[in-house]
Design a protein around this ligand. Structure first.
Ligand code: TRP
Length: 459
């Protein structure tokens, strides 16, 4: 009975229709607030260029191999994250827990992510009304603080964001996810280039570029290695079943390693562009690079304030950032939605609406972290920081660790080679061999060391 319930949806499952659509949806999941909001503030607080290098190493040795793994398992099983692990694991072994942890992570990430998207949405409206455009740190800081310390605004903008995400998810895989991301990603890139050019032509911009590109390894600590690795997981949307779920919509002739490399490097390019847009402004206008989660919201208005037609461009910039966040959010929400649909035979509508409502209720904990719940702290962190920290730095690495062990040690080389070469049709055997070796040894060892060291379990 249970077996039937798990396998039934395989028959008429949705698929991404075109190769371009696959790339757009997968890149749409990877590119998001992680590039434009998280990367700059984490690089800013962890020493800049040295952090960037560690991040790139993590992306190559951990992020890409895990992404390939997830896409592969999803495509082979053609199921949601939990059922995929159930189908592929040997009988009686609890590998499905990876999928279950993924569904939990989706809620934890969405709780704070939807709040940051809410700030972005609020900034669109504020930019249209005028008033936040200023190169004076006092003005931009008080605009941001005014927003995040107001409980009503924090909640309402979050609900608006979730309503939009829920609506797109409800439209389904093709019309919703694929349709939206394909049109919007290119516009964002162009605008980031425009802001980047303005930022590097500001007086004093050189210091910002040096901060981002001239490594000073003395600034790295065990904690910054963990944060760089966590960012690699977060950036590439891996470690919690998003890519398993998306892989389940991939066509059989899609080149999985090729897709993963293209997505990872395009994603890196977007992060670098965001860094180029933000760091010169940090130094030109006298902000602190370690301002934390507020960095984007302080510096971007200053860059635009120093530019002709700045307000118009700023409105467009925040609209596009919001759109980028939507592609990522639908991929997060798709994990529980696909599970609910398939496991309990719910309609897409019921599964989407119940997931989004649950996120709205739970997400209030993160939304109110700067106002009503500012003094409620667990492990010294507000709910917002706790959800952000534990997902990136604990849950995603653990998920990635186990999934790498699963594919290389349990599933095995023969099946991996067949799946990644599309049954011998792709001439990529050496890439497959390198990926297999990495997943077998390098990824598990590296994740374990960085995790234990960063959490101060070993020193
Ligand atoms: N990668 C997205 C970003 O950078 C966020 C995201 C989407 C994500 N899906 C995910 C993070 C799954 C972790 C896991 O904004």
């Amino acid at each position: 009975m249970d077996k039937e319930a798990v396998e039934k949806p395989t028959i008429n499952r949705a698929k991404f229709a075109t190769s371009l659509g696959v790339l757009a949806a997968t890149l749409g999941s990877a590119v998001g607030l992680g590039n434009i909001w998280k990367f700059p503030y984490l690089a800013g607080s962890n020493g800049g260029a040295a952090f960037l290098l560690v991040y790139i190493v993590c992306m190559l040795l951990i992020g890409i191999p895990v992404m390939v793994t997830e896409l592969t398992l999803g495509r082979v099983a053609r199921s949601n994250a939990i059922a995929t692990m159930q189908k592929l694991a040997p009988k009686g072994q609890p590998w499905w827990l990876i999928g279950a942890a993924g569904v939990l992570s989706a809620f934890l990430i969405m709780a704070f992510y939807s709040e940051v998207a809410a700030w972005v949405f609020a900034y669109i409206i504020k930019a249209i009304q005028g008033g936040i455009l200023s190169t004076d740190p006092e003005v931009t800081k008080s605009a941001f603080n005014g927003l995040v310390t107001d409980p009503t605004q924090s909640l309402i903008w979050q609900w608006i964001d979730l309503a939009i995400v829920g609506f797109i998810i409800l439209l389904g895989v093709n019309k919703g996810i694929e349709g939206a991301t394909k049109k919007l990603m290119p516009i964002l890139l162009i605008l980031l280039i425009v802001v980047g050019i303005r930022s590097i032509t500001l007086p004093g911009a050189g210091e910002g570029l040096a901060f981002l590109f001239q490594p000073d390894f003395g600034k790295l600590t065990a904690a910054s290695f963990l944060i760089a690795m966590g960012l690699a997981f977060f950036k590439l949307s891996v470690g919690m079943g998003t890519m398993i779920t998306y892989g389940s919509y991939f066509r059989d002739d899609q080149d999985i390693p090729g897709t993963a490399f293209r997505v990872a490097f395009s994603d890196l390019a977007v992060s670098l562009l965001a860094g180029i847009a933000i760091f010169p402004a940090v130094f030109a206008f006298g902000y602190e690079p370690n301002a934390g989660p507020s960095l984007l919201f302080l510096t971007i208005p200053s860059v635009f304030a120093s530019m002709p037609l700045g307000n118009v461009f700023m409105v467009i910039f925040f609209i596009l950032t919001f759109i980028a966040s939507i592609g990522a959010q639908i991929s997060l929400v798709e994990v529980p939605v696909a599970f609910l649909e398939e496991k309990f035979h719910l309609s897409r509508k019921v599964a989407s609406i119940s997931t989004v409502v649950a996120i709205a209720v739970f997400g209030a904990l993160a939304a109110l972290s700067n106002s009503l719940l500012a003094d409620v702290k667990l492990l010294g962190m507000t709910f917002f920081d706790l959800f952000d920290y534990t997902t990136s730095n604990i849950l995603l690495p653990l998920g990635g660790l186990f999934i790498a062990i699963f594919i290389s040690w349990v599933w095995g080389k023969k099946k991996i080679t067949a799946a990644l070469t599309n049954d011998g049709k792709l001439a990529n055997t050496w890439i497959v061999n390198v990926l297999y070796g990495t997943l077998l040894v390098v990824t598990p060892i590296l994740v374990t060391i960085v995790l234990l060291n960063g959490l101060k379990i070993i020193q």
